[in-house]
Design a protein around this ligand. Structure first.
Ligand code: ASP
Length: 333
């Protein structure tokens, strides 16, 4: 009999409606799991609540580390893991876990809901039950299950706040489609790692995202790039283009890179890849040493850069690894 560990971190799935709106609460997840516990086709499960339960808008990098540690400390005792998480930052956490849980040989599934289990129409019921079943399958990856699709965790993005299909991975097909059956695309599944080793986070780097927009100006950009910033995800247009006619802004980025700030170019587009050489407006970034994010999501790039800098890797290693595929987050060109 397989055993699944369910880590309840927070999110709408277990929220209660109060006079301050929806807030995390204990009880709904427990009650639902108890109501289905007698199903013979369900693997054995054990629920652990991570206190305090969080709206995922309140999650920080230290919460990613905490979840990774909770998985690692129970790794040998379970066949798979389900993380119940808010949808707002789920794609950041699923990305971060894919980098923190190196050498993974078991399935870690993140899921949640658009409607709380307190609601009779909650999508959380199917998400939770299916995730428990998926967790036992030989999919040695961090994934995200939502709206009948199993997505690679570091490829997913939240794309909707009302549809039940709230996530998509624009640059990578779903690992599995779940309808009447569970159809896994086994060619897409990564091979099992060589044994779990969590990455040691010895620093708390300052990694920021800067979304480029028409009208962005040098003084503000300079302030954003100023110390103590260690890493920047520059969210550019299209194939990685930037308002390059403003020589002052290009100079500001070049000076930051010279100071040792790692700057990565990711596109604001949900699908496609960065090609810094395609337009002059992107080439200007390439010329000053901005790293291409290729087809990484900004979520994957930000958490990857955070993990590499937090592990205190030498800067040339960080820069090189940002362009290498570490956990299925980058497709070959
Ligand atoms: N604000 C909630 C959260 O991210 C939204 C959700 O779970 O759907 O925790």
């Amino acid at each position: 009999m397989s055993r699944v560990c369910i880590l309840h971190v927070g999110g709408t799935i277990g929220m209660a409606l109060t006079e301050r709106g929806w807030v995390p609460a204990a009880g709904f997840v427990e009650r639902f799991l108890t109501s289905i516990d007698s199903q013979p086709s369900l693997p054995e499960w054990e629920l652990h609540r991570l206190e305090p339960l969080l709206d995922s808008a309140n999650m920080r990098p230290r919460d990613w580390v905490r979840i990774a540690e909770e998985v690692a400390s129970r790794y040998d005792a379970f066949d798979g893991f389900v993380v119940l998480h808010g949808t707002d930052t789920m794609a950041y956490t699923s990305s971060a876990l894919s980098f923190l849980l190196a050498g993974l040989g078991k399935h870690v599934v993140l899921t949640g809901a658009q409607l709380s289990l307190a609601n009779v129409r909650s999508d959380g019921r199917e998400h939770l039950v299916t995730s428990i079943l998926l967790a036992t399958l030989p999919i040695p990856e961090v994934t995200l299950y939502f709206g009948q699709r199993l997505l690679r965790g570091n490829r997913a993005q939240k794309i909707h706040n009302r549809d039940f299909v709230a996530f998509a991975s624009g640059n990578f097909p779903p690992l599995a489609r779940i309808g009447v059956g569970i159809d896994i695309d086994s060619d897409l599944i990564r091979p099992a790692g060589d044994g779990l080793h969590t990455v040691d986070m010895v620093k708390e780097p300052e990694v920021i995202a800067i979304r480029v927009y028409p009208g962005i100006q040098e003084p503000l950009l300079r302030r954003m790039l100023a110390a103590p910033v260690d890493g920047v995800i520059l969210e550019t247009y299209g194939t990685g283009t930037f308002p390059s006619e403003d020589a002052g802004m290009i100079r500001a980025i070049a000076e930051a890179i010279d100071r040792g700030v790692v700057v990565v170019n990711c596109s604001q587009c949900h699908s496609g890849r960065v090609q810094q050489g395609l337009y002059g407006t992107g080439r200007a970034l390439q010329d000053i040493g901005v790293i291409s994010g290729h087809d990484m999501t900004p979520e994957a790039a930000l958490t990857k850069l955070y993990c590499l800098l937090a592990a205190d890797r030498p800067l040339d290693v960080v820069r090189r690894k940002m362009e290498l595929d570490l956990a299925g987050e980058i497709s070959p060109a």
